[in-house]
Ligand binder design. Structure first.
Ligand SMILES: CC(C)(COP(=O)(O)OP(=O)(O)OC[C@H]1O[C@@H](n2cnc3c(N)ncnc32)[C@H](O)[C@@H]1OP(=O)(O)O)[C@@H](O)C(=O)NCCC(=O)NCCS
Length: 153
């Protein structure tokens, strides 16, 4: 599995990954290309978006790291990082999430972030286990959501 920085040309591939996750989980969420570009590929708050590529050259997952701005949706303290991980069910449990986090962690360090927030649906057992395994710990639990924090150093 190779990791590289995402570019605008990855919009269709990121959309496909999100659709595969939605089909797998049954949890609908925004996934059109305009959303992908706005949220991940051309977001002024983006610090790094990393994609994972399989042996066939296909994007199988991505992780985005944004800088939290004032008034953000989940009330993450301004200046923290906000992380999001999206991996196709075709590639789960193969170390893709761990490799993506090595890239994001490096970017966080380079950007001088002290803390990263991960916002996870309370019922998303694999997401909760994954972030725990990466070293994130619960700091807040609004209804239906678990927010975990990772201290960069
Ligand atoms: C959660 C997710 C990011 C994990 O990615 P992944 O590539 O499968 O993770 P890795 O293979 O690197 O696993 C790293 C560790 O996380 C933990 N983990 C990951 N998935 C797990 C699961 N389903 N059950 C238990 N532990 C799990 C394990 O400790 C694992 O280490 P191990 O395989 O040596 O036991 C991936 O399943 C995914 O993208 N799911 C859909 C979207 C999502 O839920 N995003 C995150 C929350 S918003």
């Amino acid at each position: 599995m190779d990791m590289r920085l995402a570019s605008i040309g990855d919009a269709a591939a990121l959309r496909r990954v999100l659709r595969e996750i939605i089909e797998h989980t049954g949890r609908e969420r925004p996934s059109d290309e305009a959303f992908v570009i706005r949220q991940y590929l051309a977001n002024p708050a983006s610090i790094r978006c990393t994609v994972a590529i399989d042996a066939a050259g296909e994007v199988v997952g991505f992780q985005s790291l944004l800088r939290a701005e004032g008034g953000n949706r989940y009330d993450v303290p301004e200046g923290w990082g906000i992380i999001g991980t999206h991996i196709s069910p075709r590639a789960h449990r193969q170390g893709v999430g761990s490799a993506l986090f090595r890239s994001s962690r490096e970017a966080a360090e380079q950007a001088g972030l002290e803390t990263i927030d991960a916002c996870i649906a309370a019922g998303n057992a694999s997401g909760l286990r994954y972030y725990e395994a990466m070293g994130f710990r619960t700091y807040r639990e609004p209804v239906g959501i678990v927010q975990k924090a990772y201290v960069v150093r």
